[in-house]
Every structure is written in C-alpha cells, then in structure tokens.
Design a protein around this ligand. Structure first.
Ligand SMILES: Cc1ncc(COP(=O)(O)O)c(C=O)c1O
Length: 263
C-alpha cells in the first residue's frame, strides 16, 4: 500500500486501496488497523486520517501501539498520536517500552461490551462463574479468546504503584531524547548516514560503502564482544542498521561508542 513521504499509512491511501479492491462491509471488510510506531522504523501512521476513513465506512478502527504506544507518555511525542482517541481498540505492550517483565500486552476497548459479546464463551461448567453476576461483572476471560491466563498485569501494576506515572513519562522521554541526540551524532559523522529522521526511538542508518555481509560480520562481532546487540534490518530493499532505544539508561555515549566501531 502507498505510504506518504514519511512512510506513514494515510487515510487517503487506505481509501484508494479499499476502493480499488471493490470491498465493502458486506464482503467481509470490517476493520482497519493503523500502527502507532512500526517495529522496523518507529513510524506512526496518519491516525487521524485512518480514523476518518474508518468512520466514513463504519469500520472498526484498531491501533497497534505495541511498541510505540508507550510514547503517549512523552509530551514531546504526543502530537504524533493525534487521532488515537478515535480508536475502537488499542494495544500497547508494556513489556516493550514500559519496562514490564515479559510478557504483558494491554488491550483497550472503547466499548468493552462489544468485545465481551464477541469473546464470551458459553459452557455449562462456566455457568457457576456467572451465577449472581450482573451484566457489568468484569471477568478478563470475556475479553479475549483464551480462558486461562496468568495475572500478567500485576508486575506492571506494582511497578506503577511503586514508581508513579511521572517516572514512566520521564523514562520514555529520556529514550526519545537520546534517540534525537543519536540522530544528530550520526548526521555529524562521515562514515554513517541516517535513513530517515526518527519519529520515536528507532534509528535506521547506513554505513556508507557496506553491503549485507559487512553488516552481518560487524553485528556478529559486536554481539560476541558484548558491545551491543545491534542487528541489521532492511529498508526499501537496502540492508541498514537499526538502533531501538527503549532503556532509559542507554546514553548518547553508548551510541557514540558503537558508532566508532563502524568506522
Ligand atoms: C508494532 C508491533 N506490533 C506487534 C508486535 C508483536 O508483539 P508481541 O511479540 O508482543 O506479540 C510488535 C513486536 O515488536 C510490534 O512492534
């Protein structure tokens, strides 16, 4: 699907694609998904535009903020997410950029009763759970397809209760600041080049003159020496390197040290 000059899915491109497919709701198109922080490049789609398109066509609007949704906590990135408030559902993985032990995914519904209608399981042996329960009784097993689950939210809850939300805002903001400083660092060096300006905390950059095997050799050696786990990825068919900074203790000096070994 076409993306704009910043790599974002837009409402217009989505509309054009759907029109070209001649799909409508009756044919089975019922939802659209935009990404708020793509895994590879940290791109936040045009959420406002996709929300408008979904609204026009009465489609469910889901936002995948598994990685990037954490940046809602950072005021310096908040404007990128305009339109997210129109989502019917949103996923954010606290085990990614919210420092929660693996695995913990948070799924939020605008109208939980719809999710409940879709996911509630009926079985004689479950009736006892509903005995005496009102229609608003909350049971997590009603909101996803699996019945059995661990209390995945508990480590996040304890951490939030201990540190407070401000600590989270500061930690995410710190990663964003290191990323922006890292981008400036790369721009000031002769042997590396930014592939694009970062939107969130992913830096994609190329080592000038290198081919795929050079990246692999360097990455393997950097891991073996304990310097960094920085693996190659690709962008529009070109092998490049990717920093994804989600640890607030990562410093610009750490990035500078890694970049020196690429010279
Ligand atoms: C945007 C996005 N969506 C979904 C996923 C998958 O998340 P999980 O491995 O927690 O299922 C990832 C993982 O990197 C991601 O970045």
């Amino acid at each position: 699907m076409a993306v704009d000059e910043r790599g974002r899915l837009t409402g217009d491109a989505l509309r054009a694609t759907v029109d070209a497919l001649s799909l409508d709701r009756v044919d089975g198109l019922f939802a659209v998904v935009a990404t708020a922080g793509t895994t590879n490049a940290g791109i936040v789609d045009d959420l406002e535009g996709v929300a408008a398109m979904a609204d026009e066509r009465s489609l469910w609007f889901h936002v995948d903020g598994a990685y990037g949704g954490a940046a809602l906590a950072a005021s310096s990135a908040r404007s990128l997410f305009a339109g997210i408030e129109r989502a019917d559902s949103l996923v954010i993985d606290p085990h990614k950029w919210l420092f929660t032990p693996f695995d913990c995914a948070a799924l939020l519904y605008r109208r939980p009763e719809l999710a409940k209608a879709a996911h509630t399981q009926e079985a004689a042996y479950l009736d006892v759970l509903r005995d005496g329960a009102g229609p608003d009784e909350w049971n997590p097993s009603d909101y996803a397809y699996h019945l059995s689950r661990r209390a995945r939210g508990l480590p996040l809850w304890f951490s939030l209760a201990t540190h407070g939300t401000d600590a989270y805002c500061q930690a995410v903001e710190a990663s964003l600041q290191v990323t922006r400083a890292g981008a400036e660092l790369i721009e000031g060096l002769d042997h590396v080049e930014l592939v694009m300006e970062p939107m969130l905390s992913v830096l994609l950059f190329r080592r000038l003159g290198w081919e795929a095997p050079d990246y692999k050799r360097w990455s393997d050696a950097a891991l073996a020496s304990g310097l960094t786990l920085t693996v190659p990825t690709s962008w529009e068919g070109e092998t490049v390197l990717r920093f994804c900074i989600v640890n607030p203790r990562t410093t610009v000096d750490d990035l500078a040290e890694i970049l020196t070994t690429l010279a």
